[in-house]
Design a protein around this ligand. Structure first.
Ligand code: TPP
Length: 414
């Protein structure tokens, strides 16, 4: 006879819930933020197994007074710091302008990166101009830091006659071979394994270029993330695997993507990939960590995973209203501050900047963006045109147009 089945307490499924919802005060008091300058900086050939602490720590350089402290200080000169500040301010002004254009009906959609400007800008500056970048839709700062024309970016958002993608892609899905900026795809995560493949190809060919890829913490739940890490580790691909943890994937908080009991950086360790966790709002820390990873890749030491710890201060997109799922003003209360403010404070602490100069630069950047906006709008907007000919819709599906597409084109009379 079978033993009697014991009576047990019922199981219950754990479904992670964000600590606050709309209507309550935002509370970041449980967030562990180590002081700047305390994380150690290992040699670039340090194996993953000896870097466990850094996957849970937080690399920070700028302290609360705006001083650069600790072993990760990249000791950048004034020119680089100014370039960084200007680019980040341009990104923010660009975002403001394009968001407004969407509200005015000149385009259907837009996505800001408010609060995350240091990620793309510092990282673009820390790699070589000819290294290949595999972004998500929230790295417009890569193009801006590479001095890619704002007008060209705006034409893509307006899907106008000047759009190099001929209106085929959603707004903000830029593509620029010349800028080393891989075509953005709507399918989350796909670029991560593609970047690893590109880096493997670079190594196979004996080239010296490296790749860098970005993914959001939400998208790390996609299989592509795991394929990418496996291939990167196995073949020691020269790639920087950036993981932007801005705490939200639309309305889902990071806990639902696996961030409740561990860090996202810690995921790299299981694959044998050296992994860093970095204050994503600290321009200097982001730059230094990226340089470190680039040095590793260039020395054939393989991939690095960098978790950029930041906060999505604005809405997910123009189709989103964060007031429906998180307390208002959450972004402004982020304990790690605003990346632009922190770099400005650093320049002032260095004695090479002032509030007056900051205001003048803000004015100049706004005017530059305004002028670009006018020029792009003169080439068309989504509500009014002009657009590319409908004929272009049938082109580039294949290298040469097959007979059945040719027939469809004729049927459409274009
Ligand atoms: C494969 C796939 N699944 C779902 C979506 C819908 N989607 C678009 S953005 C997004 C959230 C992504 O969040 P995260 O990766 O954290 O990046 P963030 O938007 O915060 O920068 C989702 C679920 C998609 N585009 N592709």
């Amino acid at each position: 006879m079978d033993a009697p089945v014991p009576v047990r307490a019922p199981l219950n499924l754990h479904v992670p819930e964000p600590p606050q919802r709309p209507g309550s005060e935002i509370d970041f008091s449980t967030l562990a933020v180590p002081p700047a300058g305390t994380a150690r900086r290992p040699e670039t050939d340090c194996p993953a197994a000896d870097m466990t602490d850094l996957a849970y720590d937080l690399v920070r350089v700028l302290d609360d007074q705006g001083h650069a402290v600790g072993p990760w200080d990249p000791a950048l000169g004034p020119d680089m710091l100014m370039r960084g500040l200007r680019s980040m301010m341009t990104v923010r002004a660009y975002d403001e302008r394009m968001q407004r254009a969407q509200r005015q009906g000149k385009t259907s959609f837009y996505m800001k990166c408010t609060g995350e400007e240091a990620v793309a800008v510092a990282q673009a500056m820390a790699v070589d101009r000819n290294d290949m970048l595999f972004p998500t839709y929230r790295q417009q700062g890569l193009l801006i830091a590479r001095d890619w024309p704002l007008v060209d970016m705006m034409c893509q958002v307006f899907s106008n006659a000047g759009d190099r993608l001929k209106g085929r892609q959603m707004p903000v899905f830029y593509s620029s071979r010349e800028a080393g900026f891989f075509s953005i795809s709507g399918n989350l995560g796909t670029q991560y394994s593609q970047a690893v493949g590109w880096a493997m190809a670079s190594a196979i060919k004996g080239d010296s270029r490296i790749a860098a890829a970005w993914i959001g913490e939400g998208a790390t739940a996609e299989g592509d993330f795991h394929h990418a890490l496996t291939f990167a580790s196995v073949y020691r691909a020269p790639v920087i695997l950036n993981l932007v943890n801005n705490h939200w994937a639309i309305s889902s908080f990071h806990g639902i993507a696996g961030g409740e009991r561990t860090t996202f950086a810690a995921r790299g360790l299981g694959y044998g990939i050296p992994s860093l966790r970095v204050d994503g709002n600290d321009f200097l820390a982001v730059f230094a960590a990226t340089r470190w990873a680039a040095e590793r890749a260039r020395a054939n030491l393989g991939p690095t995973l960098i978790e950029l710890f930041t906060y999505r201060a604005a809405a997910h997109s123009t189709s989103d209203d964060p007031a429906k799922y998180r307390p208002e003003n959450a972004g402004a209360l982020w304990p790690l501050g605003d990346p632009i403010d922190r770099l400005r404070q650093h320049l002032i602490a260095l004695g090479i900047w002032s509030e007056a100069k900051q205001e003048a630069l803000a004015q100049e950047v706004t005017e530059t963006v305004q002028a670009a906006g006018k020029e792009a709008e003169s080439l068309g907007t989504l509500d009014k045109g002009p657009f590319h000919s409908a004929r272009t819709m049938f082109e580039d599906v294949y290298k040469t147009m097959p007979w059945h597409l040719e027939r469809q084109r004729q049927q459409a009379g274009v």
